[in-house]
Design a binder for this molecule. Sequence first.
Ligand SMILES: Cc1cc2nc3c(=O)[nH]c(=O)nc-3n(C[C@H](O)[C@H](O)[C@H](O)COP(=O)(O)OP(=O)(O)OC[C@H]3O[C@@H](n4cnc5c(N)ncnc54)[C@H](O)[C@@H]3O)c2cc1C
Length: 432
Amino acid sequence: MHKVLIVGGGAGGLELATRLGDQLGKRGAAQITLIDRSRTHLWKPLLHEVAAGSMDIHAHQLDYLAQARWHHFTFTLGALDGLDRSQRMVSVSEVRDDNDDVVLPTRQFKYDTLVIAIGSQSNDFGTPGVADHAFTIDNSWDAHLFHRRLVNACFKANFADDGRVIRIVIVGAGATGVELAAELHNTTRVLAAYGLDHFDPEKQIHLSIVEAGPRILAGLPDYLAEATQDILKGLMVDVMCNEQVTAVSADALATASGKAIPADFVVWAAGVRAPEVLHDLDGLESNRLNQLVVRSSLQTTNDENIFALGDCAACPWKDGVNVPPRAQSAHQQASHMVRTIKLRLNGNGAKLPEFHYRDFGSLVSLGKYSSVGTLMGFVSRGSVRVEGLLAKLFYISLYKMHLMALHGFWRMALDTLARMIKRQTEPRVKLH
Ligand SMILES: Cc1cc2nc3c(=O)[nH]c(=O)nc-3n(C[C@H](O)[C@H](O)[C@H](O)COP(=O)(O)OP(=O)(O)OC[C@H]3O[C@@H](n4cnc5c(N)ncnc54)[C@H](O)[C@@H]3O)c2cc1C
């Protein structure tokens, strides 16, 4: 049986494994295997909400083993750590438990078609001190850890009752940075309402964003940046543009202009790169961000049996620009790969279709305060500006589309209803 191996069960990889399992695995037309270094899946665009405490990971994460059983694929735990193209074999690292005991040894997996979808992680551009002193929100554990530390700092300040200020500095004013700032503004206020009587977030939380570029939300239209900047100003978030961070220490950031910005918490959200393992993976072509260079068919340039999609792929789009690292790109590429793999199985692998990215626009959610965005190709061929509730609905629908790809319409709808009911009986923020 044709072996399809998918490495990385994120926004793209898990949708692909689920659909291939349903369409091919179920009737025994192919053997579908998904490998991920984590046991559970959480849609990455939710991570800033986990970090701020407005979302509980336990309520939203999906067990890979359960999904595999329901959708006729096999799940294997472990991180990709090598490739032998001549043997068509992937090697996966050993898995250890909290006591450092080996749970699973190093293993090898054969493939006929390999799809690499291991996403991206924060890019610290070699800035000294980031690894030791800054938080990243690359995965649910990182996000959870930041939230726990922040809650502890608020508890401490409440107990000390000395008016101390907690300074949170977010590096990078892309969508992740600004969304996190707005979300934190709200959740720290809600948190204080749960019995922190000696803690006043208006005076004791100071939020700032430091950005190397001339304005926030680089790459998005000017009016989006201006609308977002106004909202942040209203929330008293200090936005510092044209400030390149050159070092991070335990209690401050240094910038190229010579400033020292005091910080109790630094969150690094200043760009992404693909995982190091992709740099020279048995001769596959990669770029300076470690992304695998692929053709329009999503095939890697040196091996027609290996494909890459999502954030870890450098896929040509238009005017010499690559497809952007977004959930909607990973989603579209996963759908494309379903068609491609079926063609390969039917013996039509020689003339694979090209992937054409459709940009549906960009949305920025500023938590409960507002949402702004631009939609493309819905009402007209051009872009339409959306704000407020309508923008929020489109933003939420992105996640609902992901859930629909994983579970189908009815389960997504039931799940949404169940969550709405459950939210009535829970605190508005995660308190631990
Ligand atoms: C806070 C935040 C907010 C965002 N908001 C938006 C948004 O609003 N809209 C939008 O379009 N995009 C958003 N993005 C970007 C979006 O999340 C990514 O573009 C998208 O998740 C990429 O999908 P992917 O499948 O390539 O990778 P991912 O979804 O990152 O999945 C990668 C998977 O690979 C696994 N993995 C990693 N390394 C290995 C390894 N060595 N071996 C095995 N498995 C491995 C990981 O555990 C993970 O499950 C946001 C990102 C962040 C961090």
